[in-house]
Design a protein around this ligand. Structure first.
Ligand code: NAD
Length: 308
């Protein structure tokens, strides 16, 4: 068990509320959410966790008890900030805002309080570059939906101490996550580099008329996508033989997409306002009902995979 008791979540939006809920899975944790605007923390968490209660993953009583340990403040000088053992920042994705937020936190929090940023893409080294105690800073990239996806990428900066990385890894395990340590602060950390290597090829296949979007998705869902949670690429490579992997790469890599720019197809879609769910059309057409169903089906699928 990590030594962390008082958790501060800075930013009570989509990710902040879910992170606070996950942190409350340990009974000894007291959680404060700080935001610059009023946030209905209880209402928001109750709404999101309805599906977990309905699926029997948690009871109403457990939800009530966990909510009783999650407090909200708009006051940067409150005890929840001063007494924090660990802060997870989840404010808007803006470098200056994040740097300013941590500068304010550093003035108020104890020097040994651990600082984490939930930024999806921004460099934790850059976010922490002006801090006095850079050794206590680390990236903690939760994935959305934060209460369901197990992975948290714990990203070391050039200055993160071993003690900080160890404590954060322990903390994440305590709250039921599957933390993965990323030893270098590189764009995309681990999982987004992998994910977007696949997306780049998927988009390229559509762009070059090799197959249309539904066919690409169908091919993935009915082949390696199905077995990925059981057999990941490096295990798979050993299973088939690294010599075979070598031969395949020797033959196929030269024809796989290796562009360092977003694809012309994606650029065209952006220019035409085809932004997916946001505009009702992307690679597919989406009605509001289909969008709602797609989101609900994803959560239901994740709950089934994780808890049933
Ligand atoms: N949404 C995702 O899928 C996702 C996934 C992983 C990581 N993230 C990262 O998490 C962070 C938050 O994303 P989100 O989707 O929850 O955003 P959001 O817009 O839902 O919430 C951001 C919250 O930050 C608050 N805020 C703004 N300035 C603040 C300040 N100075 N102090 C305190 N609070 C402040 C806002 O009022 C808002 O409630 C971003 O860095 C984002 O990249 C998002």
């Amino acid at each position: 068990m990590s030594s962390v008791k008082n958790v501060l979540v800075c930013g009570g939006g989509l990710m902040g509320k879910n992170i606070a809920f996950v942190a409350s899975s340990v009974k000894e944790h007291n959680i404060t959410i700080y935001d610059v605007r009023p946030v209905d923390v209880e209402g928001g968490i109750r709404e999101t966790m309805k599906q977990l209660v309905e699926a029997g993953v948690i009871t109403e009583a457990e939800l009530d008890e966990r909510l009783s340990r999650i407090h909200f403040t708009e006051d940067m000088d409150s005890d929840g900030v001063k007494n924090a053992d660990l802060v997870i920042e989840a404010v808007f994705e803006d470098m200056t805002l994040k740097q300013e937020t941590f500068a304010k936190l550093e003035e108020r929090c104890r020097p040994d309080c651990i600082f984490c940023t939930n930024s999806s893409v921004m460099s934790p080294s850059e976010i922490s570059k002006n801090l006095k105690h850079r050794e206590r800073f680390v990236g903690t990239h939760f994935w959305n939906p934060g209460h369901l996806i197990p992975l948290v990428e714990v990203v070391r900066t050039d200055a993160t101490s071993d003690e900080t990385a160890d404590t954060v890894m322990k903390f994440m395990k305590d709250i039921g996550k599957e933390p993965c340590l990323c030893n270098k602060d590189v764009p995309g950390f681990i999982a987004n580099r992998l994910q977007h290597a696949l997306w780049r090829e998927a988009i390229s296949i559509v762009e070059h008329g090799i197959a249309d979007a539904p066919t690409v998705d169908k091919a993935i869902k009915n082949s390696f996508g199905l077995r990925l949670p059981q057999l990941a690429p490096l295990e798979n490579s050993d299973m088939v033989g690294t010599d075979l992997t070598y031969n395949i790469h020797n033959y196929v890599l030269k024809s796989i997409e290796d562009s360092h720019e977003p694809s012309p197809l994606l650029t065209k879609m952006k220019e035409e306002g085809k932004m997916g769910f946001k505009s009702g059309e992307g690679f597919y057409k989406w009605t509001p009902e289909q969008i709602k169903k797609c989101n609900e089906d994803l959560n239901a699928y994740l709950i089934k995979m994780l808890y049933k």
